[in-house]
Ligand binder design. Sequence first.
Ligand SMILES: [Zn+2]
Length: 280
Amino acid sequence: MLSWQIGNVRVSQVVELTTASLGPHLLPQATPAAMQAIPWMAPFLDERGRIVLSMHALVIETSEQTIVVDTCIGNDKPRTYPKWNFMQGDFLRRFAAAGFATEQVDTVLCTHMHVDHVGWNTRLVDGVWQPTFANAQYLFAEAEWQHWRHESQEYGPVIEDSVQPIFDAGQAVIVSQHHQVTAEVALLPTPGHTPGHVSVRIQSQGEVAIITGDMIHHPCQIAHPDWSTLADSDPAIAQLTRTEFLQRCGDEPVLVIGTHFAAPTAGHIVKDGDAYRLDY
Ligand SMILES: [Zn+2]
């Protein structure tokens, strides 16, 4: 299990799965030939040169709280993508093996409400969707909720089985995209992939890390910030958000932790010609 220390804060990765089959659907420009041209890309590709995406939750431990950022795909859910349809993965076993109990989680953060970020918000218990993290407050950015509460999702009844039950259980809290979660953890608005998308900023003892969410899906977008994914609700804003973010990170020692980056998952942004690379 990968983990990172940012001052007094620890961030740990719990992987649900990795996949190379979503690449063409998300980033058709990222062909094996295009990827071969980027010398630092190897860890983020499979043996055939296809881009790999990791589905993982990131657990933030501060002196105040245990926080889970994004909850992957989930089990037992009807989904239009065959591999995720009524999936039976072992994420909860991995979560426990990493040393965490679902009951200890104080806060669940959601970078956005897509299918692969809210799945383990709930689990099926006796035929009913129950919050997986029984004692947690689940924070949702207002702009994101206002968008998705009336919008159908491509992959199935995602809001119905993974978000609405959190409201029904009284565990949902609507927050601004600038919300300060604890003294060391805050949301950072990064719109474009979805209207209310947020990243997560951690600052402790002078060190800074940022969890990307889907502002950057794959490290190839660090080399090609103009590559928006086909899943971006507003590709132009997504590109602007990403470019500004990379520019800022290139000027500061920020640890960038990718929500879908395969191992090594995190690194620093370094200027590389006209664009950037991830120094890991
Ligand atoms: Zn995603």
